[in-house]
Design a protein around this ligand. Structure first.
Ligand code: ACO
Length: 393
């Protein structure tokens, strides 16, 4: 595996130039903070590559397990390697009794993203490789996380509804098994294929906020699980992964295509953010959008319910016209997941189930050539004040 060199040398140079111009890159926009060989975001041509492979090819021809292998190991697997990798993932699906016990004790109202942070924390305490930072140990930890997160999501879903969870089926793929564990019956091929393609699209995206959070944490030489917990926390926010749930809530509130135009215009007048639109990097188009849009359209046709797609297209046209903004991956995945019968509070956790592959790849890349990530801030507070004892204030 070619592991990237993360050097802050040229970041230092950039910071120096910027302070001379008295410019600050709010939100680190446009700042290159290191090197990575995992994902190439070509914003000019609106293209996205995982380890050099176009996401369009991967979504069309590959499967989630193969993409996970590619992200972790840097190369597409040969048949035998893929089989072994899939077996390891299947064997690791069950979650330790300790985790289920804690999930059962949580309030049914606990946000599923908070549940994931808690569960990943407990997984760390029982992981046999917890204290090792060797590459092979990190790969084993990564496999366990990728395998167990879907089970944590569905176990918690069933517990929070007063039901017993559905045990994972080792003969199904990760996408098939997720829908099986959620609904208690094996999905149709078109359903698992739709979910699988969305998982491939969500798997990795360079230094997005959650991945950066994971890298910051492990740059202190903290453990992989701590990095993943930080990433889950970052993904939870509505400006990042939380947008897919908010986007579906918006579609439900709009309810009918006839109401879409006035609803959106009103929201824009009120200066509301329209969830699922805009992107820090892609200003012309999110290359993942055409794929997920097609999936949403096809699921609408299959379900003889094109309402959500129709509302979405109306919103897309208005937001483009009024704001010049385009849908990101979260917009059409919301209606796709809704049509797959997935409860809304699980949309962002599903994003975790996929993106954990990218996170663990970045965590391992960071370890490989680490330097503590510690940027600077321009101080804007009061200067050199005299301390006044409390009784004199
Ligand atoms: N709806 C309305 N206005 C928007 C939106 C939006 N979705 N996105 C950006 N804008 C506007 C802002 O109000 C701002 O306008 P102003 O200059 O008049 O104040 C301008 O566009 C720039 O916005 P920023 O927040 O500075 O742009 P940035 O690049 O930092 O933001 C972000 C990117 C956070 C994704 C933003 O577009 C947003 O909030 N989108 C909605 C949330 C969302 O969909 N997140 C998912 C991201 S993709 C993913 O996680 C898979």
């Amino acid at each position: 595996m070619h592991l990237a060199k993360l050097s802050l040398a040229h970041v230092k140079k950039k910071v120096t130039i910027m302070s001379a111009e008295q410019k600050i890159a709010a939100g680190l926009a446009g700042i290159i903070t290191g090197r990575s060989s995992i994902c190439e975001v070509d914003e000019e041509n609106c293209e996205l590559y995982y380890r050099g492979y176009s996401i369009l090819d991967l979504a069309e021809h590959s499967n989630f397990e193969e993409v996970a292998y590619l992200l972790l190991k840097g190369e597409l697997p040969e048949k035998k390697n893929l089989g072994e990798f899939q077996n390891k993932l299947s064997e690791e699906r069950e979650i330790p009794h300790k985790v289920d016990e804690v999930l059962k004790g949580l309030s049914a109202k606990t946000d599923p993203m908070d549940v994931l942070k808690i569960a990943v924390g407990i997984l760390h305490t029982v992981d046999p490789d917890a204290s090792s930072n060797e590459e092979e140990a990190n790969i084993r930890k990564a496999i366990r996380l990728i395998a167990k997160i879907p089970t944590i999501i569905t176990d918690n879903f069933h517990f929070s509804h007063g039901n017993e969870p559905v045990k994972p089926n080792p003969h199904l793929s990760l996408a098939e098994n997720f829908l099986y564990m959620l609904k208690g019956k094996e999905p149709e091929a078109f359903e698992s294929s739709a979910l699988e393609k969305s998982l491939i699209l969500y798997a990795e995206h360079e230094l997005n906020a959650s991945t950066f959070a994971a890298r910051v944490v492990v740059s202190t030489l903290s453990d992989m699980h701590s990095g993943i917990i930080a990433a889950i926390g970052a993904l939870k926010g509505p400006l990042h992964g939380g947008a897919n749930e908010r986007a579906m809530e918006m579609l439900l509130e709009i309810e009918e295509p006839e109401k879409a135009e006035s609803w959106i215009k009103d929201a824009l007048l009120q200066k509301k953010r329209i969830m699922g639109f805009g992107h820090r990097v892609y200003k012309k188009m999110d290359p993942r959008n055409p794929v997920i849009k097609k999936i949403s359209k096809e699921l609408g046709a299959r379900n003889e319910n094109s309402k959500w797609f129709e509302i979405s297209e109306i919103i897309e046209k208005i937001i483009d016209r009024e704001k010049g903004l385009h849908p990101n991956l979260d917009f059409y995945s919301s209606s796709a997941y809704y049509l797959l019968g997935i409860p809304i509070p699980l949309y962002t956790p599903i994003f975790v189930a996929s993106r954990v592959t990218g996170w663990v790849a970045h965590v391992m890349e960071q370890y490989c050539d680490n330097r503590l990530i510690r940027p600077r801030a321009e101080y804007t507070g009061e200067k050199k004040r005299e301390y006044v004892p409390i009784e004199d204030r």
